[in-house]
Write a protein that binds this ligand. Sequence first.
Ligand SMILES: Cc1cc2nc3c(=O)[nH]c(=O)nc-3n(C[C@H](O)[C@H](O)[C@H](O)COP(=O)(O)OP(=O)(O)OC[C@H]3O[C@@H](n4cnc5c(N)ncnc54)[C@H](O)[C@@H]3O)c2cc1C
Ligand code: FES
Length: 279
Amino acid sequence: MPKILSKERLASNIVQIEVEAPLIAKSAKPGQFVVLRINEEGERIPLTLADKDTNTGKVTIIFQEAGASTKLLGSLKVGDEIKNLLGPLGTPAHINKVGHVVVVGGGVGIAEIYPAIKAYKEAGNQVTTIIGARSKELLLSESKLRGVSSEVKVCTDDGSCGQKGFVTEILKEMIEDHSKEINLVYAVGPVPMMEAVCHVTAPAKIKTIVSLNPIMLDATGMCGVCRVTVGGETKFGCVDGPEFDGHLVDFKELKARLSAYKDKEQESSNHVCKLLSKC
Ligand SMILES: Cc1cc2nc3c(=O)[nH]c(=O)nc-3n(C[C@H](O)[C@H](O)[C@H](O)COP(=O)(O)OP(=O)(O)OC[C@H]3O[C@@H](n4cnc5c(N)ncnc54)[C@H](O)[C@@H]3O)c2cc1C
Ligand code: FES
């Protein structure tokens, strides 16, 4: 069973783990994810491959303790084993040389953009990275992202680091400042943030790729739980995505489907909190 090799708490409810998974590390590509089950009774949760090391056979996962399963995962220690780790899953990001790519990361999405930035840069693009979080403590991986980006622009909701405000404001300023053309925008983060990014880029006709996070179950294209409407067609987030043309995504439907099980999720989360004696 895959073993947890390291664990670091990056913020009060955001945890990074490195897991022993040589076969996944060998074949994973930017944009792909894993599905894991913590124990025999555990549900399957999808998490992005935030990094990998083919030499040591480790994969990095960064997750927010959002509910029952992620809180349980966050309670595991170095040396503990995870019941199953399936991957790499999903269609890899389509990385081409397009010129100037702006990568936008919000919230825990900041931790997920490193492989894409690195790949866009290696393909010969200039990459401007915009990261935004509620406050300074939640600006994850900033120095790591500076190491692979051409430039990094930072903002926080409360102004505790970088520009005060949202990632979309920086993006809008960049679009309005016509000195540097933007050829592609790539956004990962909370659904409202990705939707807002698309609202900013659509009038300027800048192609925008978003990494969607619909609820997934089997993650192999068989159950249909992860369906999203893109350009009027039904797509499966787990196999057709998770990346899609943001201007074609039906965000209203995605948001409704994501909140369909709120009551049950709250119940499970409360139960786990009692078990762990926290929250
Ligand atoms: C392709 C993909 C990659 C993801 N990568 C990351 C990541 O790198 N880091 C990270 O913190 N989160 C990531 N997520 C979201 C993560 O899967 C959910 O936060 C997690 O499943 C929540 O489970 P829970 O039991 O802890 O919380 P719950 O209380 O059960 O759910 C909290 C919220 O998470 C969402 N969610 C619940 N179950 C699932 C599920 N089976 N599949 C997807 N979403 C679900 C719902 O919106 C729900 O309202 C990703 C989701 C997808 C689809
Ligand atoms: S999660 Fe079942 S089809 Fe995508």
